[in-house]
Each structure stands twice: as C-alpha cells, then as structure tokens.
Design a protein around this ligand. Structure first.
Ligand SMILES: [Zn+2]
Length: 168
C-alpha cells in the first residue's frame, strides 16, 4: 500500500480527481482537506481527497458549507477550473447534430420545392426521391413518410392518384 497520503488517495480514487473525475496527473494532484486544516481539520485520510491543484487553491480554507455550495453549483457537471475537461466539451458541442427536429427538415423541403418553380416533382415517387436527395447524410423511410404526411396535412402538397400538386 502506498504510504504517502497523496499516493494513497490517488490509489483509492483510481487516479481520478475527487471533484471532476478527470484523470489526474501527479504533477497536477494535491491533497485537499475537506474540513480545512486552517480551521482545525485533521490530516487523516477520511478528511482528505486528492484533486486538481486549481480546485484545491479555489476551495482554499472555505468552510465545508461553502465548498458544498461550489460543488453543487456545478449541477452534476463538475469541472475543475483548469481546462482539462473543457477541450472535451468543445469537441462535443462541435459534433454534428444527429437528430434534427423534423420541423427543420420540413422547412428545408418546402424551401427547396419553392425554389423549383415549375419544375417541381409531379409524381409521389419523384417527390420522395427529391426529398431524399436533399439529405445527403441519409433520411430514414420513417422520416420521409412523416415529411410527406406533414406536407399533405399542411395542404402544401396534394397527392391524388400519385399525381402531386402544390400550394406553397
Ligand atoms: Zn479536478
């Protein structure tokens, strides 16, 4: 068993910061006294956690109540203010939106059909293939039929015996 307090705590915490749960390099690790030693907190392991130096500095000698406040204010997304987690967040927010709301797709379809002037698809089959071609990343059949249904229920498109007329 590691004997230095920091090594012990890191071992117990699986190498993660107690607060942000990010992998904690030893150079960034520090021992945080939950009940601050300045206020009489003990050095025993039950009063200590290993965490990012930055959050340790931030918590400083706050009372336990204030520390709880800081932690709870993160609303379950605790990130120590050291930038370790922020890169991950940035790439997540740049990730493509996988499920666009259907209304956006409908709006896109309507806008495209309007642009076509007199060369709009005249049959249900060509209308469907036109709609599908607007979504290069693919459009599930279920969404295609939803869009066609929405076009009809909003009276923008009328389908009669596979002939399509428009009121855009
Ligand atoms: Zn941390």
């Amino acid at each position: 068993m590691p004997t230095k307090p920091l090594d012990r705590l890191m071992f117990v915490q699986g190498g993660l910061c107690f607060f942000c749960k990010q992998p904690l390099p030893k150079t960034e690790a520090s021992v945080e006294h939950l009940f601050a030693s300045a206020n009489g907190g003990s050095n025993s392991d039950e009063n200590c956690v290993a965490c990012c130096k930055t959050v340790n500095r931030l918590l400083g000698s706050m009372s336990l109540k204030e520390k709880f406040q800081v932690v709870l204010n993160q609303k379950g997304q605790f990130k120590c203010p050291n930038g370790v987690g922020s890169a991950k967040v940035a790439t997540q927010s740049k990730a493509p939106v996988i499920a666009q709301p259907k209304s956006d797709k409908l709006a896109l379809v309507v806008a495209n059909l309007k642009q076509r002037g007199n060369s709009k698809p005249r049959t249900l089959k060509t209308l469907k293939s036109t709609i599908v071609s607007l979504f290069p990343s693919g459009l599930p059949d279920s969404e295609l039929s939803t869009i066609v249904q929405q076009l009809q229920s909003t009276k923008k498109v009328t389908v009669s015996e596979n002939k399509v007329t428009y009121a855009l």
